[in-house]
Ligand binder design. Structure first.
Ligand code: ADP
Ligand code: MG
Length: 319
């Protein structure tokens, strides 16, 4: 019997089914990410998991106990399960310290002080305890929100794209800090995002959600090398369709460039990226436009190139 169980969850609004027979089991302290495009049902899933929305069918169990939904429970939600979303609001006229303490108002003073000091230290917010939210960066505000959610020591933390409005550098740093912190605290975590890259920074274990259905589960390597569908493959990179073949593709990083022998094309554009040049190549016979990585930065617009690849790198995908 696992610790946190989502069992055969489905949800429909009027005629639209947004979650279909979704099941997931987590052990205590386990962290997983769910990746899916916008509208794939991620927020719906987390709200049901937190007991904040009533499912059409299925059930949620925490440590063997049924999580009641708003139709069954007078005050929806649970202290044991915290949901943080992007628009999570701090109290604007309360300091960092007051915001973190807010969920602990009814606890005894010694415990409140202990929790506050621990969270300020763990989140590196000690120097900011007297500040108001508007005097903090976006990343720091998000840390305060998470510290507030963790103040009551929830068993389960559900993160609904809470980092979407941070810039890439802030986000990477926060994800790394959070990973260490949550591991140390032994919190069970589900992180949903439309950015595969963010998911892989927090955890290696990823589920792919499409139109409310779980379509593949695995670690980053297995998903990248053996995607079942085009949708999964494209979360990792662009994929180039092979001319004259159905549902077969090659990634830009798996195409090799030569000056003779192979599929002929012309470079129509190039972009200088950090680790390689990204080339746009018009294939001669088929007219297809491919994206190809040029790690040696050998080619530029107007060049003739010949393309080839290892057969084992070809992806055969369902649509
Ligand atoms: P995600 O978080 O992955 O973007 P959501 O769970 O928010 O997806 O939404 C999934 C689908 O459910 C979307 O097509 C959305 O339009 C629809 N939906 C969400 N909330 C409601 C609602 N209250 N009434 C009707 N449809 C909704
Ligand atoms: Mg959402």
């Amino acid at each position: 019997m696992s610790y946190f169980t989502l069992s055969h969850l489905s949800k429909s609004y009027q005629t639209q089914t947004v979650l279909q027979d979704f099941s997931l089991q987590l052990e205590k302290g386990e962290m997983i990410a769910i990746v899916g495009e916008s509208g794939s049902g991620k927020s719906t899933l987390l709200r049901i998991a937190a007991g904040l929305m009533t499912q059409s069918s299925g059930e949620v169990l925490l440590d063997g106990k049924k999580i009641e939904n708003p139709a069954e429970k007078l005050v929806p939600g649970y202290d044991e399960i915290k949901l943080i979303h992007q628009d999570y609001q701090l109290f604007p006229n309360s300091t960092v310290e007051e915001n973190i303490l807010r969920p602990l108002l009814l606890f005894d003073p010694a415990y409140r002080k202990k929790q506050l000091d621990r969270l300020l230290r763990q989140f590196g917010l000690e120097a900011y305890r007297e500040r108001l939210p508007r005097q903090l960066s976006g990343g720091q505000q998000q840390k305060v929100a998470i510290a507030q959610a963790l103040a009551v020591e929830p068993e389960v933390l559900l993160l609904d794209e809470p980092f979407s409005h941070l810039d890439a550098i802030q986000k990477r740093k926060l994800l790394q800090e959070l990973k260490e912190l949550l591991q140390e605290m032994g919190t069970t975590v589900i992180f949903v995002t439309h950015e595969l890259d963010d998911a892989l920074r927090l955890t290696d274990s990823v589920l792919i959600l499409q139109k409310g259905k779980l379509i593949q589960k695995g670690n980053s390597q297995s998903l990248c090398e053996h995607p079942k569908t085009r949708y999964v493959a494209r979360l990792f990179s662009v994929i180039n369709p092979l001319p004259g073949e159905d549902q077969t593709y090659i990634r830009p990083s798996d195409v090799k460039l030569r000056t003779k022998g192979g599929l002929l094309g012309h470079v129509v554009d190039q972009r200088f990226l950090v680790h390689y040049n990204s080339l746009f190549i018009r294939l001669k016979d088929s007219g297809l436009l491919w994206e190809v990585d040029d790690p040696q930065r050998r080619f530029s617009s107007g060049d003739r190139v010949y393309l080839h690849w290892d057969e084992e790198r070809v992806l055969r995908l369902k649509s």
